[in-house]
Design a protein around this ligand. Structure first.
Ligand code: NI
Ligand code: MN
Length: 222
């Protein structure tokens, strides 16, 4: 499986299918990624992003799935703790400590709660934490689903910062961590390198700091 960080919280997984998570990148469209499926962690603009414009089948919490369906698009609704299988790919919805609404023309409507996903494709399990603060049930997520890769927000202010994300990485126990949701705007400016050094000095977890648009191959035997 190839993993591409497009920027902010937006990640493209390319394997037997192309899955785009949280289709928003500041200053550029992600319509050219042409995914098979779109997964949305919560309703905030910087996550739901171009979901409607993409026009693909969308996996999200029931409230967002209903919103997507109301636009005439296919959607699979689910909720926290549940797993669904689509085209042989598993989507497990995990809790996130965050808020959610869907904003349209300056008015917000209820978007359910914020969530994260464990996505299993081609034998690789990727945990996208969504927007979240630190919570100790991340230990359960690690124990139960044993993700190979964890995508963790480190930008602070709206989510965990590096100190909280360092504890999250330890709770989850994935061998590879990729920081997301930072340096998009001034308010979430973070240098990811001290985070990388601190984790790699104290654990056997490897932190991959990607540039927006950069891809890595997830090779479990490496
Ligand atoms: Ni958010
Ligand atoms: Mn966000």
């Amino acid at each position: 499986m190839q993993l591409t960080w497009l920027g902010h919280s937006c990640v493209l997984l390319t394997g037997s299918k192309k899955i785009l998570i949280d289709p928003f990148v500041e200053g550029r469209s992600v319509l050219d990624t042409n995914p098979d499926l779109v997964a949305v962690t919560h309703g905030h603009d910087d996550h739901i992003g171009e979901t409607i414009a993409l026009g693909k089948k969308t996996i999200a919490i029931t409230e967002i799935a209903k919103y997507v369906k109301s636009k005439g698009l296919p959607a699979e609704g689910m909720n926290i703790g549940g797993t669904i299988f689509i085209d042989g790919i598993s989507f497990t919805m995990t809790a996130a400590a965050h808020s959610s609404w869907i904003e349209e023309a300056g008015i917000g409507c209820y978007g359910g709660t914020a969530a994260g996903f464990i996505i299993g494709m081609d034998g690789v399990k990727v945990y996208h934490a969504g927007d979240t603060g630190l919570f100790s049930d991340m230990k359960l997520i690690g124990e139960l689903y044993r993700p190979d890769v964890a995508l963790l927000p480190i930008g602070g202010r709206y989510t965990m910062g590096p100190a909280e994300a360092m504890m999250a990485a330890n709770f989850i126990g994935a061998k590879m961590v990729i920081p997301i949701h930072y340096n998009t705007w001034k308010k979430i400016t973070v240098d990811p390198l001290p985070f990388k050094r601190a984790i790699e000095r104290t654990t056997d977890i490897r932190v991959n700091v990607l540039q927006p648009g950069e891809s890595i191959e997830i090779n479990l035997n490496a």
